[in-house]
Write a protein that binds this ligand. Structure first.
Ligand SMILES: Nc1ncnc2c1ncn2[C@@H]1O[C@H](COP(=O)(O)OP(=O)(O)OP(=O)(O)O)[C@@H](O)[C@H]1O
Ligand SMILES: [Mg+2]
Length: 285
């Protein structure tokens, strides 16, 4: 695929009948989602309903088996591509629990990731200029690029580092999985403002999907579409007001309205316990 072409056309990600298994257990049961450049989508939903599964399976994490459906980016079948090729095609995943990589500095990792997407590699000095500018816009510690990737980073530093990667990589479709969890109040604002500035700058060249439990992130990044993922499917789509209603009322009203069984056995998302659980999960990973 020509890199040039990918940079110019408005990106379109089409997910159809997406069905995903983990260890023989079906988590996503035929999910449909369509994201175009210039659009901001949010996905909300109770713990354990398959939100991270969706993001990781689109990116190509080998743990997930795609048993049905398709994921098409700009007419190209993403599911036949390796993770690297998906990244080169313009897909980016900001992870809920970013991995620590010892022996590779953050800066070296970023430069090879940036250069993998370019026809002619970016020289060290121009790269460092971009890196330093992004580090300063994100108000990150200046020493973070020289440390091993995520090693010993605080929870919030890891999340901010995912956004640093996104800023440098300039993806055409970005998936951000709970980018707000672990961020302090100021960091949430800084990250939110950086993402919004990037969306404005890229215009219709970038589409964004944010997975979040909390409306507060959406105060900084206005979504046009808010989807609810429950029982392995998108069961409801609304506008930004839907996130406010979910924050105030939880998910039970929607379950009743849609006559959904409580398949996930949990309705704690929306209060603070959900966040605590997610953080505990991170500890044990
Ligand atoms: N390796 C695995 N073996 C068995 N079940 C798994 C495995 N990985 C994930 N699951 C299950 O898949 C379901 C969906 O998990 P996923 O991480 O996608 O949820 P989520 O919607 O992102 O939840 P959260 O809001 O807590 O982040 C969960 O029930 C989880 O336990
Ligand atoms: Mg998750």
């Amino acid at each position: 695929m020509s890199m040039h072409k990918a940079e110019q056309q408005k990106p379109v990600l089409d997910i159809k009948d997406f069905t995903v298994e983990v260890d023989g257990m079906e988590i996503l049961h035929g999910l449909n989602l369509h994201i175009e450049g210039g659009e901001v989508h949010a996905i909300m939903g109770p713990n354990g309903t398959g939100k991270s599964t969706l993001a990781s399976a689109i990116m190509g994490h080998p743990r997930f088996d795609i048993t049905r459906g398709e994921v098409i980016l700009n007419g190209e079948d993403l599911l036949s591509l390796s993770v690297d090729e998906r990244a080169r095609a313009g897909l980016f995943l900001g992870m809920q629990y970013p991995a620590e990589v010892s022996g590779v500095t953050n800066s070296d990792f970023l430069r090879s990731a940036v250069n993998a997407r370019r026809e002619t590699p970016l020289g060290v000095l121009p790269f460092l200029r971009q890196l330093n500018e992004a580090v300063s816009e994100l108000e990150m510690r200046e020493t973070l690029p020289d440390r091993y990737l995520n090693e010993g980073f605080s929870g919030g530093e890891k999340k901010r580092n995912e956004i640093l990667q996104m800023k440098l990589l300039k993806p055409s479709i970005a998936l951000l999985d709970e980018i707000d969890s672990g961020l302090d109040i100021d960091a949430l604002r800084i990250v939110g403002q950086n993402i919004t500035a990037m969306m404005e700058e890229r215009g219709d060249q970038m589409g964004l999907l944010m997975i979040t439990h909390y409306q507060r992130l959406l105060d900084y990044i206005q979504p046009q579409f808010v989807h609810v993922l429950m029982n392995g499917r998108i069961v409801h789509t609304g506008d930004a007001t839907l996130a406010k209603r979910l924050e105030a009322e939880g998910y039970d009203w929607l379950r009743k309205e849609l006559d959904l069984a409580d398949e996930d056995g949990t309705d704690i998302a929306g209060d603070n316990e959900g966040e605590l659980d997610a953080d505990l999960d991170a500890l044990f990973m």
